[in-house]
Design a protein around this ligand. Structure first.
Ligand code: NFE
Ligand code: MG
Length: 578
């Protein structure tokens, strides 16, 4: 019998995602991914000043805050050939890195962990045995029997009061949960720790960008002054500054606080996030054998030393059919490489629905043809999503942490090789285990460590520049539109936490003529293309066995391993009037 499993919404994500699966018994035969909300930000950006685009574009998402702002200012800078000062580059790198660390830790504990951790089982744990477990895997200070007994008491209070709150509606007791009670209790404790820790992490954005989420940015640099005058020291923007005289420049106090935040990030990643990932993964080795899907991976590149792709810490490229011995070059400007298709999306193209359009020529023409909500089932032979289907040279590609770690690994990046080999050895798994649901989750953890560790070098370089007297953060040379060409176009790309992100802008007479954002979750969560090729989520779910259709935990595990963000992917909450 062929039945349809429907999960809508899939929770603990940003935005509205619906998954439907055609079942053969308890096995997923075909899966369909649908974004059920459209926002239309690309239309809002038209005809405005390109220098303001970032402020609007950044509102595409509040989870990956910053990244759409950065992609936007980079797009305008690319169009205008607008160089930025080295300090601005370093400050951007620090902010992007802080975004990764913050976002990945939050994803692991708050959006994904409960797919693996049974909160209610933690009540049965012995606090002393939990303490022994915690101390056997990490030097993290909060690991005494008393600490875990307190966490357990707090949790018991939630449960006894019928108030699981943030833990309500889980599939507690599902047989696919495999952790012993002690590991569950340790993970619940760290879920709560991560909530507190993330406040610290967010301060780096507040110091360098004025606030979080959605820090302040500017085309041509960063909108922050650096103070080197001793009489101003201590009046700056460190959260602990005592001056109280309203100084906003970055000074020794702010720099000292940034150093503390970087240390707090690295400590949490080293002492909590990495050991927890490895410990939890050890109980779920089956999940290193399923959930990959496409086998094609793409990165755009990130963390430039200068505005030169050759200097990227994470390189650009494509890996096809899992072949780590060969990396294809990716050109973000070539008409026939990155294209978006709408054959299965609720959009039209002027030239016909089966064409692919490069983002410079991209169109955003809404045309909802689906059933009137609420509906039982999507019509998957027709358009069934507000996401488009991006393709690279006609191929569906996975983007994100796994793509980046594979790229770094394939290129022989030292620390990546060390970490991946350490994790595989510890878990007694072959390198092919990376191509899986837990491979994706583990790659996210490992890249967090790599990026957090790299932050120190950028910070040291920034301090060295300031000491040498270079306090420039903004280049005003091309600020006035009168200096711009009449027509130009550019791409702003980056690696957002969820993968390669591109904003393409066309500027005519100083105004935005066209704007297209192709975001990571569109690559991963998009629907089928005109050839019928599945997107990454759809391909990854194929073959999963679902133990209980009313509690589809297996689907959540694989979908959440991508860290979905549909707010990003469908950039009007109302359907167009008919
Ligand atoms: Ni809204 Fe985002 C990231 C971007 S993913 S979270 O990372 O771009 O679609
Ligand atoms: Mg778009």
């Amino acid at each position: 019998m062929s039945e349809r499993l429907v999960i809508d919404p899939i929770t603990r994500i940003e935005g509205h995602l619906r998954i439907e699966a055609r079942m053969a018994g308890d096995t997923i035969e075909e899966a369909y991914s649908s974004g059920t909300m459209v926002r239309g930000l690309e239309l809002i950006l038209r005809d405005r000043d390109p220098r303001d685009a970032w402020a609007l574009a950044q509102r595409i998402c509040g989870v990956c805050t910053l990244v759409h702002g950065i992609a936007s200012i980079r797009a305008v800078e690319d169009a205008l050939k607008y160089p930025i000062p080295p300090n601005a580059q370093l400050i951007r790198n620090l902010m992007i890195a802080a975004q990764y660390v913050h976002d990945h830790v939050m994803h692991f504990y708050h959006l994904h962990a409960l797919d693996w951790v049974d909160v209610v089982s933690a009540l049965k744990a012995d606090p002393k045995a939990t303490s022994e477990l915690a101390q056997s895997i990490s030097s993290y200070a909060k690991s005494s029997p008393g600490y875990f007994a307190d966490v357990q008491k707090k949790l018991k209070g939630f449960v006894d009061g019928g108030q699981l709150g943030i833990f309500s509606n889980g599939y507690w007791g599902h047989p696919a949960y495999k952790l012993p009670p002690e590991a569950n209790l340790m993970a619940v404790a760290h879920y709560l720790e991560a909530l507190a820790w993330q406040r610290d992490a967010a301060q780096l954005h507040a110091i360098l960008g004025g606030k979080n989420p959605h820090p302040m940015l500017v085309v041509g640099g960063m909108p922050i002054a650096i103070s080197i005058w001793p009489e101003h020291q201590g009046q700056g923007n460190g959260p602990h500054h005592q001056g109280g005289q309203g100084g906003t420049a970055l000074d020794v106090t702010g720099l000292a606080r940034i150093q503390e935040v970087i240390k707090s990030m690295r400590d949490f990643v080293d002492q909590v996030y990495v050991p927890d990932t490895l410990a939890i993964a050890g109980f779920y080795k089956d999940w290193f054998k399923q959930g990959e899907g496409l086998g094609n991976f793409m990165t755009y590149g990130e963390f430039p030393a200068m505005n030169d792709p050759a200097s990227f810490m994470i390189p650009r490229g494509a890996i096809l059919n899992r072949d780590l011995s060969h990396i294809e070059e990716v050109d973000l400007n070539a008409d026939n490489e990155i294209q978006e298709f709408v054959s299965h999306s609720w959009y039209d193209y002027a030239g016909g629905k089966d064409r692919g359009l490069h983002p410079y020529q991209g169109e955003t023409r809404l045309n909802y043809t689906g059933p009137k909500p609420p509906y039982d089932q999507l019509e998957v032979d027709k358009p069934y999503s507000w996401l488009k289907s991006p393709r690279w040279k006609g191929k569906a590609m996975e983007v994100g942490p796994l793509a980046r770690v594979l790229m770094l690994y394939a290129k022989g990046h030292g620390q990546t090789k060390e970490l991946v080999d350490m994790a595989l050895t510890k878990l007694d798994l072959p390198v092919t285990a990376l191509f899986s649901t837990l491979g994706r989750t583990a790659a996210r953890t490992l890249e967090t460590k790599i990026i957090a560790d790299t932050m120190q070098g950028w910070f040291d370089q920034l301090v060295a520049n300031i000491k040498a007297g270079d306090v420039r953060t903004f280049n005003e040379a091309l600020w006035e539109p009168s200096t711009w060409p009449k027509h130009c176009q550019g791409v702003g790309f980056m690696e957002a936490p969820r993968g390669g992100l591109g904003h393409w802008i066309v500027i005519d007479n100083g105004k935005t003529a066209n704007y297209q954002a192709v975001v990571p979750s569109t690559w991963n969560a998009g629907p089928r293309d005109p050839q019928g090729q599945a997107g990454a989520y759809e391909a990854a779910l194929k073959g999963h066995v679902v133990h209980d259709g009313k509690q589809p935990l297996e689907v959540l595990r694989t979908i959440h391993s991508f860290d979905p963000c549909i707010a990003c992917a469908v950039h009007v909450v109302e359907l167009p009037a008919d």
